[in-house]
Design a protein around this ligand. Structure first.
Ligand code: 0L1
Ligand code: MG
Length: 262
């Protein structure tokens, strides 16, 4: 199939069926000649439309692949963004039911909760601070719908950047209360440290990641909205979440977030 003939709604339904039926699907790029990035985001938008059409609402947006650790783990070299459905948001501590997921992994996230809209172009780090009500820690559960968690950049964009669940911490700080570039995270699986990082691992500054997303969305007439959460991306690589696995992200200034696979 040539790129110009890509049916975005069809591919979105293909990915959603994989998620619904809890089965891996073949990467789109293994089935067509080329998947341009714009088409990949169009599939992602169609996927979101399907989810919202079922009664879900939008809780926010996410960045992915904003750290060297994640880019190296997944073999891709640029950041991506996706959407956070409200049904995917979990409390700071608790169980993650694995019976609805395919091959989940967990990763720590810095999360911005917006108090006012952020509309690009021209959004700066100072604007992000002005628009942010609080910054909290989180753990994202990612779950690629693709076979063996393996994909190219356009594939993962189409698949809403592997978004599946996110547990959001409660010990937030106001912007400016701590230096986000030196804010630390220790990520543990079953009590063993698997990764450590500071906010600077996220393209130098987590707030700059959020500004980048607002500016990118602004080019397409979209904005980050008041009340949304915006995930800046993982600073460490992601780890498998199995039944009984306990994942804890301990943040300086932001308390801890713990999830357990059940
Ligand atoms: O949130 C993320 O970093 C996901 C980006 C997509 C790559 C992946 O599935 O790890
Ligand atoms: Mg993530």
């Amino acid at each position: 199939m040539a790129a110009s003939e890509i049916d975005h709604a069809d591919w979105a339904a293909y990915l959603l069926a994989g998620a619904d039926e809890r089965r891996e699907v073949q990467a789109i790029t293994k089935q067509i000649d080329a998947l341009p990035i714009d088409d990949a985001y169009a599939i992602q938008a169609a996927l979101l439309e399907l989810m919202l059409g079922r009664g879900d609402t939008l809780a926010g947006a996410k960045l992915g692949l904003t750290s060297a650790a994640k880019q190296e783990q997944m073999g891709v070299d640029e950041p991506v963004y996706g959407w956070v459905p409200a049904a995917s948001v979990l409390p700071a501590t608790g169980d993650v039911a694995l019976d609805g997921l395919i091959h989940p992994r967990v990763e720590p996230e810095l999360v911005f909760r917006l108090g006012s809209d952020l509309a690009g172009p021209g959004v700066t780090v100072a604007d992000v601070f002005d628009a942010t009500a609080e910054i909290v820690g989180g753990i994202e559960v990612i779950d690629s719908r693709y076979e063996a968690f393996s994909f190219t950049l356009p594939d993962v964009i189409a698949d809403n950047t592997s978004a599946a669940r996110v547990a959001i911490g409660t010990d937030g700080i106001a912007p400016g209360e701590a230096d986000l570039t030196t804010l630390g995270c220790v990520f543990e699986i079953d009590g063993a440290v698997t990764g450590t990082a500071t906010g600077a691992a996220l393209l130098g500054d987590p707030a700059a990641c959020v500004a980048m997303l607002a500016n990118h969305l602004g080019k397409h007439g979209q904005k980050l909205e008041a009340g949304w959460i915006v995930m800046a991306g993982a600073a460490t690589d992601a780890r498998p979440l199995g039944v009984g696995t306990v994942a804890t992200a301990r943040y300086s200034h932001l308390g801890s977030v713990t999830v357990q696979g059940v």
